[in-house]
Design a protein around this ligand. Structure first.
Ligand code: F6P
Length: 534
C-alpha cells in the first residue's frame, strides 16, 4: 500500500500545536496525514549547535514525525534570509522589499540539500511525496539527483508572480528550473498557475501544452487546487465557543457592550494590509461620524518573523497608527480600535468571528487567505455577518458574494465597512448561503482528495484518497443557528460591487525580453552541486 510522505518547512507535533491558532497549512496537512497515516518531515522550528546528520521518526497516532533542527546560521540564511526576505516579498509583488543576498541563497540551497539527505533513508519505494511551499522549491530536484523516482508533488501556498516580477530575482532561471523535477505542482489560483507556467516558458524555455509543461525529458502538470478549511468542524467550534462564552470571548468582547464588532485576524505581516486596514477604519469613522461610539475594530495580529526588520517595523507602525487613530477619534468611554498582538486558540477565534458583524480580510496580496473561509464557516446562518474581502486574496476568486475591495483604496474599504454594517438581514443571509455553499463544496477534504488523486493518478490507489466530507443538510444548518442570537439591526438597502477579474498574466513580448535577459544569467550557476554544505 502506498504511504503519504509530507514535507513542509515547519512541522508542529500535535501536543505542542494544539493550544494556539496554528497556520492554515499546519492544520490542513495534519488532517491529510491523519486520514491516511504516513510520515511528516521538516524543520522542528528550533536551532541547535550541530546540524543533525540523521533523524529518528517519532510516531503519534497514525502519523510518524521526522523533524530536524537547523543551525542558527541556517535559520538566518534559509528561513529568515532567502525564504522570508527574498522569496516572500517577491512572491507578494513587493519588489521594493525584496533583499537578495548570495550567501542567503547558498544557505537556502544547502538546507534543501541537507533535507534531501536526511529524508532519503526514510523513503520507501511506493511512497508518494508531497512537498509544501516556497522554502522547499529545490527539494525535489535534490531528491531526483539522489535517484528518487517516486511520484513527487509540490503545493505552493502563496502567490506566484508573473515572469517579469519573478525574473527580477537573481538566479531566477535556475531556481524555477528545479520546479520541473515535480510531477504535479498545485497552485492556489489559475492566475498563479498561469504565472508559473509563463515563467517556466520565459525563463527556462519550457514547452507548454495547456497545464502540461515539458522541459527536457520530464513533464510536469501545473494546476490550480484552491485550499479549503474543515468547514464543518470550524462551524461546530464557533457554535460551541459562543455557547460556552469562554473567557477570551467574555474578556475581549464584553467591554463592547451592545456595540457592533468588526474583526481582522492575521499574522503580523505586511502582506496582510493591517496598517492600511486600520487607516480604512479611521476613514470610515471620519466619513460616517454617526457610527462613532457604536462600533469597534478588533484586530488580532500575533507577531511573526520578528527577526526580519520589515516585520519589526510593521509592529511599530501598527501601534503608531492605532494609537494615533484612537487618540483622534476615540471618546473617554469608547476606544475605536483594539490591536491585540497575541495568538488565540482556534476555538476563541471561531467565537470572535461569530460575534463579529463584519469580517475584514483585506490583504495587499495573499495566496488564498483561510481567515476569509473561517469567518464564513463561523457565522450564524440566521443572522450572518458580512465578509469584506480583498480582490488580491486568492479567496476572492471563489468567494464572489463577499464585498470585494481594493485594499490600496482606503475610501473604498471604508465604504465597504459602512455597506456591510448597513446590509439588510435578507441580503446578508443570501450572500452567506452562497459563500457557505462554496467553501463547503471545496473544503479541506475536497482539496486533499483532489490533489492526491491527481498526484497518484486518479483511481490508481483509493487508499490515499480520503472519503468525501459529509455535505451540509438543512438539519445541520438549523443546528448552526444560535438559539439565543440577537437579531442585528438593519437599515438601508445596499448594493455591493461585483468581484473583479484578476490581473492578466504577462504578455508574450515582455516574456521574450525576460527570456533573452536570463539566458545570460544561466551561465553563472549557483544551483546546488552535490558538495556537502559544511
Ligand atoms: O502560508 C505561508 C506560510 O509560510 C506557511 O508555510 C506557514 O505556515 C505560515 O505562512 C506561517 O509562516 P512562518 O512559518 O514563517 O511563521
Amino acid at each position: 500500500m502506498m504511504r503519504l510522505v509530507v514535507v513542509s518547512n515547519r512541522v508542529t507535533m500535535p501536543e505542542r500545536g494544539e493550544k494556539v491558532a496554528a497556520g492554515g497549512l499546519a492544520v490542513a496537512l495534519r488532517s491529510a496525514l491523519e486520514a491516511h497515516g504516513g510520515l511528516w518531515f521538516g524543520w522542528s522550528g528550533s536551532t541547535s549547535a550541530e546540524p543533525s546528520s540523521r533523524v529518528e521518526p517519532a510516531r503519534v497516532g497514525k502519523v510518524s514525525y521526522a523533524i530536524a533542527d537547523l543551525t542558527e546560521a541556517e535559520r538566518q540564511s534559509y528561513y529568515l534570509g532567502f525564504s522570508n526576505r527574498a522569496l516572500w516579498p517577491l512572491m507578494h509583488y513587493r519588489l521594493g522589499l525584496t533583499e537578495f543576498d548570495r550567501s542567503d541563497y547558498t544557505g537556502y540551497l544547502a538546507v534543501n540539500r541537507r533535507f534531501a539527505r536526511l529524508l532519503l533513508p526514510l523513503l520507501q519505494p511506493d511512497d508518494v511525496i508531497w512537498i509544501h511551499d516556497y522554502h522547499l522549491i529545490p527539494l525535489a530536484a535534490e531528491l531526483r539527483r539522489r535517484g528518487v523516482t517516486n511520484r513527487i508533488g509540490y503545493f505552493h501556498h502563496i502567490p506566484w508572480p508573473s515572469a517579469e516580477v519573478f525574473g527580477a530575482l537573481p538566479f531566477s532561471a535556475t531556481l524555477i528550473s528545479t520546479m520541473t523535477a515535480y510531477d504535479l505542482i498545485g497552485m492556489q489560483t489559475q492566475t498563479d498557475a498561469d504565472n508559473l507556467i509563463g515563467g517556466l516558458v520565459a525563463l527556462r524555455g519550457a514547452q507548454r501544452d495547456g497545464e502540461r509543461v515539458r522541459a527536457g525529458p520530464r513533464e510536469t502538470i501545473v494546476r490550480a487546487f484552491p485550499i479549503g478549511i474543515d468547514v464543518e468542524s470550524f462551524r461546530k467550534l464557533a457554535v460551541a465557543s459562543v455557547r460556552a462564552a469562554t473567557q477570551p470571548i467574555r474578556a475581549t468582547t464584553g467591554p463592547l457592550g451592545g456595540r457592533k464588532l468588526v474583526i481582522g485576524v492575521d499574522r503580523l505581516d505586511y502582506s496582510k494590509g493591517i496598517v492600511q486596514r486600520l487607516e480604512a477604519f479611521g476613514q470610515f469613522l471620519r466619513s460616517h461620524p454617526e457610527h462613532r461610539g457604536n462600533v469597534g475594530l478588533l484586530q488580532i495580529a500575533p507577531p511573526s518573523r520578528s527577526d526580519v526588520p520589515e516585520y519589526a517595523e510593521l509592529d511599530r507602525q501598527s501601534d503608531e497608527v492605532a494609537g494615533r487613530l484612537n487618540a483622534a477619534l476615540g471618546e473617554f468611554d469608547w476606544t475605536p480600535i483594539r490591536v491585540v498582538k497575541k495568538a488565540y486558540s482556534r476555538s476563541a477565534l471561531a467565537g470572535f468571528y461569530r460575534r463579529a458583524q463584519v469580517g475584514l480580510v483585506t490583504p495587499m496580496r495573499d495566496g488564498m487567505n483561510l481567515v476569509a473561509k473561517e469567518y464564513i464557516a463561523a457565522q450564524n446562518p440566521e443572522d450572518p455577518g458580512v465578509l469584506v474581502l480583498s480582490r488580491f486574496a486568492g479567496a476572492a476568486h471563489q468567494m464572489r458574494e463577499a464585498l470585494i475591495v481594493n485594499p490600496y483604496d482606503t475610501h473604498e474599504v471604508a465604504e465597504a465597512i459602512r455597506t456591510a454594517l448597513a446590509m439588510p438581514q435578507s441580503e446578508r443571509m443570501r450572500r452567506f448561503e452562497r459563500l457557505y455553499g462554496t467553501i463547503a463544496a471545496s473544503d479541506i477534504g475536497w482539496w486533499t482528495s483532489r490533489y492526491l488523486a491527481a498526484l497518484t493518478g486518479a483511481g490508481s490507489d483509493d487508499s490515499l484518497v480520503p472519503p468525501e466530507p459529509p455535505r451540509r443538510t438543512s438539519r445541520t444548518r438549523r443546528a448552526a443557528a444560535e438559539p439565543n442570537a440577537t437579531s442585528r439591526p438593519t437599515t438601508k438597502k445596499t448594493t455591493a460591487k461585483p468581484a473583479k477579474k484578476p490581473a492578466p498574466a504577462a504578455n508574450d513580448a515582455v516574456m521574450s525580453e525576460v527570456r533573452a535577459g536570463f539566458r545570460q544569467e544561466d551561465g553563472a550557476k549557483l544551483l546546488p552541486n552535490t558538495a556537502s554544505p559544511r
